[in-house]
Design a protein around this ligand. Structure first.
Ligand SMILES: [Zn+2]
Length: 344
């Protein structure tokens, strides 16, 4: 008999939907599997105000194909000019579920991010007061810090000081990539959560660099050495409520990936659930998949779990190697291993 696994419908706690033609192409890929997603605000220009977030949400809902059930959870892009009152109003209306901190220059479209953290202190204090989480891209951007060390240095120099200075602030360490981050998150109280992507559970830096450069495996934070990948696997499959799925599925056209200076991002929306089932089964933890994809995230954000269920069946999945968009093809993440689980 074919093995099946039924779990509550999952959510994606870190997603890039982009805008326009790209959004129309990638939104159905996420909505086919995920009930909700935290939508990243790093458009050009970024989604900074409540009014911009409301307009973006309306564009997403207008692009959602008829009959699909999906709720975008909106975020605001924190700048040094962000006003605490605007953030509070966007939260009070139910529109905004988190505020996103990008250190200036850290990743795609992060030029408007924060350089001087003292300038965002009033906003962070308001967020602590109203219980609105801060989602953090946890890398320093100093040119003298090695790219493979930027997450660990960020924890010491930025994250821990922010949390100490703003007691009660709920923080999500996004797309963690190191054992340092796993250890830090594990040692904190329940005001801290950490998301882990699909691709960081299956690739290490050799996948990017050994035997020729593989631009489709390049993302930020960049994948680290194997010991870090294994630490992420243990955290994700542990059932620890601190850790939950944020795919960071980040579509770029092949034309923008395959350049002398190519974009960072892996597009994992179409095959994430198949890959995760494979990973959790390999680690003898299929019984923890639902906690990682469907329970721990809502608990952190104070939202109800989804009532609908998803069934995974142990048969080889079919998914495209790339999807077509009006901007050009987007390559789907290659997990570099055979997959045995399909969403049915
Ligand atoms: Zn991201």
């Amino acid at each position: 008999m074919t093995k099946t696994l039924a779990i509550r419908r999952p959510d994606d706690w870190h997603l890039h939907l982009r805008d326009g033609a790209m959004m129309r192409a990638v939104l159905p890929q996420t909505a086919a599997h995920f009930a909700r997603a935290i939508i990243m605000p790093n458009l050009v220009p970024p989604v900074v105000t409540g009014a911009q977030a409301a307009a973006y949400r309306d564009r997403i809902m207008a692009a959602l194909p008829e009959g699909m059930d999906f709720t975008p959870l909106m975020t605001l892009y924190l700048t040094e000019d962000t006003e605490a009152a605007d953030v509070a109003a966007a939260h009070a209306s139910g529109l905004v579920k988190a505020v996103k901190l990008y250190p200036a220059g850290a990743t795609t479209n992060s030029a408007s991010g924060v350089a001087n953290f003292d300038n965002v202190r009033p906003v962070l204090e308001k967020m602590a007061e109203i219980g609105l989480p801060l989602c953090v891209h946890g890398e320093v951007t100093d040119a003298d810090i090695d790219i493979f060390d930027r997450e660990a240095v960020f924890i010491d120099r930025v994250l821990d000081p922010i949390r100490r200075a703003t007691p009660g602030l709920r923080v999500v360490m996004e797309h963690i990539t190191t054992s340092d981050a796993v250890d830090y998150a594990s040692a904190q109280d329940d005001t801290l959560g950490a998301t882990i992507t699909t691709h960081h559970l299956v690739i290490n830096r050799n996948h990017i660099l050994a035997g020729g450069i593989k631009p489709h495996y390049y993302c930020l934070p960049v994948a680290k050495r194997e010991t870090h990948r294994l630490a992420l696997r243990r955290a994700a499959t542990s059932g620890n409520a601190r850790f939950f799925l944020g795919t960071d599925s980040a579509p770029h056209t092949d034309a923008n990936k395959l350049l002398p200076c190519g974009c960072a991002g892996c597009f994992t929306a179409p095959n994430t659930m198949s890959i995760l089932a494979q990973v959790f089964e390999q680690d003898g933890a299929l019984d923890q998949l639902e906690a990682f994809t469907s329970l721990n995230g809502p608990a952190f954000y104070g939202l109800p779990v989804n009532e609908a269920t998803m069934t995974l069946t142990k048969t080889a999945p079919t998914y495209p190697t790339h999807i077509d968009t009006d901007d050009g093809p987007v390559t789907v993440f290659d997990p570099a291993m055979p997959l045995d689980w399909s969403v049915t």
